[in-house]
Design a protein around this ligand. Structure first.
Ligand code: FAD
Length: 400
């Protein structure tokens, strides 16, 4: 086992770290006060080759591994989770297309968005007001009409929707089949696609979410991704992979909290010594460091599993909930270590706490991640022989 990154991965990591130091960290705080999409920074990230990394070369992208993609997410997340989400928004928006669309579809709809001079955006439209964790409750409808589909419905929380040129829309083609009746469509910004209410959030203000309303939107039948009824499967396959990206942003946040807290604990003196010398503080720092390191390992392992086409649902769920819980805990501990200064807006750690909270919620809440992991573990346990046999009435209990 070799924990070192390959030369190519190491270079990408260094490029992303340098980009973060130069363009993200110094501006994260000022830009978040504007509560708008950080267009300039995202454009620079696009020019630096840090976006659209998962698009295959046949459709104009670099087609790097998920592991390499997580390096960029971690490095940018260290500077600002909101900007990282904006830079990575196409990872989520285009992932269902990379999974389910043909190369011809990718060439027609995605390649023009990732090869021009200016950064262009996609938006992943799954969630609705009454369908959050319960994806099967989606009511957006897509009805076939000759060679077209007509789409009607409303999505919410769609990241980068106001900036998007292409919407990846999950809609029901057969409502009576519930989740088996869901399909996924590539919808260009066309007549009938409207941006609704823009959400005002407590954190990750450098990323924008809004409602998207689809009113009699007509798209050619060629905009269907995969087959009718494959939407739920494609959504789950997408989230299995993209969860590692959220875990990577969370790892960046968790590490930033460690670094800011350690730096402060060294400098701040009370009772004649640096506060880091008090065991109560150094133990906290050690726990924070271990959480960040464990988050990184879980994340990279999940990405490696996905890159090698191995089952990844359980491990990407582990990575997502552990890393985002760690980001939250580390942010809280960093505030505590910095005392009153940690609570000031001019110090960076209160922002980490506001940003980290979202990591526990979006792309599947951490309760849903635990459900995914727990259910997989129960299934795996059926074939598990621990050498111990549960007995009922003196006989081995049947495994069901
Ligand atoms: C800033 C932001 C960005 C987002 N970006 C996007 C995006 O780009 N595209 C998109 O489609 N969506 C996006 N979302 C939506 C996000 O994925 C959902 O908010 C999330 O999946 C939870 O859905 P919900 O908010 O409706 O909560 P609900 O599903 O209503 O859940 C409420 C609570 O109940 C819990 N719960 C629900 N079901 C269960 C269960 N079976 N077992 C245990 N607990 C359960 C949840 O964990 C949660 O604590 C975004 C959300 C936010 C806030």
């Amino acid at each position: 086992m070799d924990f070192r990154l390959s030369d190519k991965e190491q270079k990408l990591w260094e490029r992303a770290e340098e980009f973060t130091r130069e363009h993200i960290t110094p501006r994260a705080h000022i830009l978040e006060m504007r509560n708008e999409f950080p267009k300039e920074v995202v454009q620079k990230a696009y020019e630096a080759g840090l976006m659209n990394l998962h698009i295959p070369p046949e459709a104009g992208g670099p087609g790097v591994s998920l592991l390499a993609e997580t390096l960029v997410s971690e490095a940018t997340g260290y500077g600002c989770a909101g900007m990282a989400t904006s830079i990575m928004c196409n990872n989520l928006a285009f992932a269902p297309l990379v999974i389910g669309a043909t190369i011809e579809q990718l060439k027609e709809h995605v390649e023009p968005l990732i090869t021009g001079k200016d950064a262009k955006f996609g938006s992943f439209c799954l969630t609705e007001r009454k369908a959050g964790s319960d994806v099967a409750a989606i009511t957006t409808r897509a009805e076939r009409d000759g060679d077209e589909y007509i789409i009607n419905g409303m999505k919410c929380f769609a990241t980068s929707a106001p900036q998007a040129s292409l919407f990846t829309v999950f809609a029901s083609t057969q409502p009576e089949l519930k989740h088996k009746g869901l399909s996924v469509f590539m919808v260009p910004k066309t007549k009938g696609v409207k941006i609704g209410h823009i959400e005002d959030k407590v954190g990750q203000k450098n990323s924008i979410q809004s409602e998207v309303i689809f009113e009699d939107v007509r798209v050619p039948k060629e905009c269907l991704v995969g087959k009718e009824g494959e939407g739920f499967k494609i959504a789950m396959m997408t989230l299995d992979k993209t969860r590692a990206g959220i875990a990577a942003i969370a790892t960046g946040v968790a590490q930033r909290a460690v670094d800011e807290a350690a730096k402060f604990a060294n400098i701040r003196h009370q009772f004649g010594k640096s506060v880091g010398r008090f065991q109560g503080i150094s133990f906290k720092l050690a726990d924070m460091g271990a959480r960040a390191a464990a988050s990184r390992h879980l994340t990279r392992y999940a990405a490696w599993l996905a890159d090698n086409d191995l089952p990844v649902s359980k491990d990407s769920a582990f990575a997502k909930f552990f890393a985002s819980d760690s980001a939250m805990l580390n942010a809280l501990d960093a505030i505590q270590i910095m005392g009153g200064y940690g609570y000031l807006v001019e110090y960076p750690v209160e922002k980490l706490m506001r940003d980290a909270k979202l990591l526990q919620i979006y792309e599947g809440t951490n309760e849903i991640q635990r459900l995914v992991a727990g259910n997989t573990m129960l299934k795996e346990s059926v074939n598990l022989d621990t050498g111990f046999h549960v007995k009922y009435d003196g006989k081995d209990a049947p495994m069901v």
